[in-house]
Write a protein that binds this ligand. Structure first.
Ligand SMILES: [Zn+2]
Ligand SMILES: [Zn+2]
Length: 469
């Protein structure tokens, strides 16, 4: 029976997997064993010389032959395969493969790699191996697979309790120490080994973290050695591209399971290499802060020594010095030293803050909401316009909203010193409009037309910062 573990004792499973503690261990072994049992590919070589054989195919290519002839060559052997050229459409190639006592024919493609579906393979042998595993598992476990996602382990993990304290300690340390220091000290501790699943379980218990939603950043991944899905706890089968991995937190799941995973990605600092050019929500979640720490640091510095500086935010600082601040943040995180002793010119700091906003892959005012903001700005009745802006603000992701709110409170303070710095809400709108919002499509014409509305949005937000509360 499928729950007889003794049968599979010899199966060598990666150490990390066993340490991870899979709650569906029995089903995992069962599916793993199915993969081991899948028919192996048997290449049937063409005995004669074949003309016009594409150079990327080997002697398993039999030239132009009919389905019936292919069927005969395969002789009912499970896993046997040949390649043939279509009689009706020369130049089209077919993989004929025996599985489940029938000959299956797949249209075969090549673009530097071989494929019949989504997965791309280096060799025909790999493609057939993976195909046979998939066919075998989907045949033997079809009912099980269809139910796999209905009882996920994802929401109720009880085995993380022991690690919880360690992780909370790690998180609070991350908050108070430099990014560099926390990464180094982590490297030799057992905490390093915990899975993203355990990390998340710990986080849901942690009061320190800000409850921003963040979608996972799943990319197709080829796993070395047996891996289990951290959503359904089942084996991830196949030769390559067995599942997807989140590049921000390292969560590993089946592709079909990825659709069900909630937007609760908790990025791992080790995977987040930079501060600039990093997605805003990803950055604040990785650093466990309310807002990007660049924003807090720069604003703190500007309010401490720059509010009366003439042309604040309008005057630009030396580009090299601004790049230097950017590098310092990327390298040292919130420990970056931007004090007057190193950067006496406050315009370097304002420049670094503006650059941070410009470098965001998704602007503070997101691409999704851009046109709604522009439409709201076009309303001529001021009360209706404010109401419309208020409604669109509610559509911003929470971390973006919070960052915008904080910046507007700061810019309001800047305008209170207009007598000294000559900056009012309109001037600041000209500077920050295009910095905080960019049209989703890069069209020079649209940008030119929208500029006055971009300015107006920022101006209105500064003048009515209470709309952001
Ligand atoms: Zn993630
Ligand atoms: Zn799964």
């Amino acid at each position: 029976t499928r729950h007889d573990l003794s049968k599979y004792k010899k199966v060598s499973i990666q150490k990390a997997f066993l340490e991870g503690g899979n709650p569906n261990l029995w089903d995992f072994y069962w599916m793993y064993q199915l993969q081991q049992e899948a028919p192996r590919p048997k290449r049937i070589i063409c005995p004669r010389e074949v003309e016009n054989r594409p150079k990327y195919y080997g002697r398993e290519f039999h030239g132009i032959i009919s389905r019936e002839q292919a069927d005969e060559i395969l002789a009912g052997v499970e896993g046997a395969y040949i390649l043939r050229e279509s009689q009706r459409q020369p130049g089209c190639y077919t993989l004929a493969l025996r599985f489940g006592n029938q000959t299956l024919n797949y249209r075969l493609f090549y673009d530097g790699k071989h494929f019949v579906g989504e997965k791309r393979f280096e060799s025909i042998h790999d493609l057939v191996t993976d195909g046979l595993i998939t066919l075998y598992i989907e045949t033997k476990a079809s009912e099980y697979i269809s139910k796999m996602t209905t009882n996920p382990i994802y929401e109720h993990i009880g085995y993380a309790t022991l690690l919880r304290e360690k992780v909370s300690r790690r998180l609070s340390r991350t908050k108070n120490e430099s990014r560099k220091a926390s990464v180094t000290s982590e490297e030799n501790t057992p905490v390093e080994k915990i899975t993203s699943l355990v990390r998340r379980a710990a986080l849901t218990q942690n009061d320190n973290h800000f409850n921003y939603e963040k979608a996972h950043n799943f990319k197709v991944h080829t796993f070395r050695g047996p891996h289990w899905c951290e959503y359904c706890a089942n084996f991830m089968w196949g030769l390559i591209a067995q599942g997807v991995r989140c590049s921000d937190c390292g969560l590993n799941v089946h592709k079909q399971c990825s659709k069900y995973v909630p937007n609760d990605c908790q990025p791992d600092l080790k995977r987040i290499k930079r501060v600039y050019c990093c997605d805003l929500t990803t950055l604040v979640k990785a650093h466990n802060t309310q807002r990007p720490m660049v924003v807090d640091s720069c604003i703190r510095e500007i309010e401490a020594r720059g509010l009366k500086s003439e042309g604040l935010y309008r005057v630009s600082g030396f580009t090299e010095h601004i790049e230097d601040v950017k590098m310092a943040f990327d390298r040292d995180g919130d420990k970056a030293d931007i004090s007057a002793s190193i950067y006496p010119d406050i315009n370097i700091i304002t420049g670094a803050l503006k650059l941070y906003f410009r470098d965001l892959p998704i602007p503070v005012i997101t691409y999704d909401t851009y046109s709604k903001f522009i439409d709201a700005a076009k309303i001529s009745n001021p009360d209706e316009r404010l109401e419309a802006i208020h409604e669109v603000l509610m559509l911003l992701p929470a971390a973006h909203y919070e960052t915008l709110r904080y910046l507007m409170i700061h810019l309001k303070k800047v305008t209170l010193h207009e007598k000294e710095n000559f900056m009012n809400a309109e001037n600041l709108g000209i500077v920050f409009g295009p910095t905080l919002m960019r049209p989703p499509e890069d069209s020079t014409l649209a940008t030119l037309n929208d500029m006055r509305y971009q300015k107006l949005i920022v101006q209105i937000l500064i003048e009515n910062e209470d709309v952001l509360f």
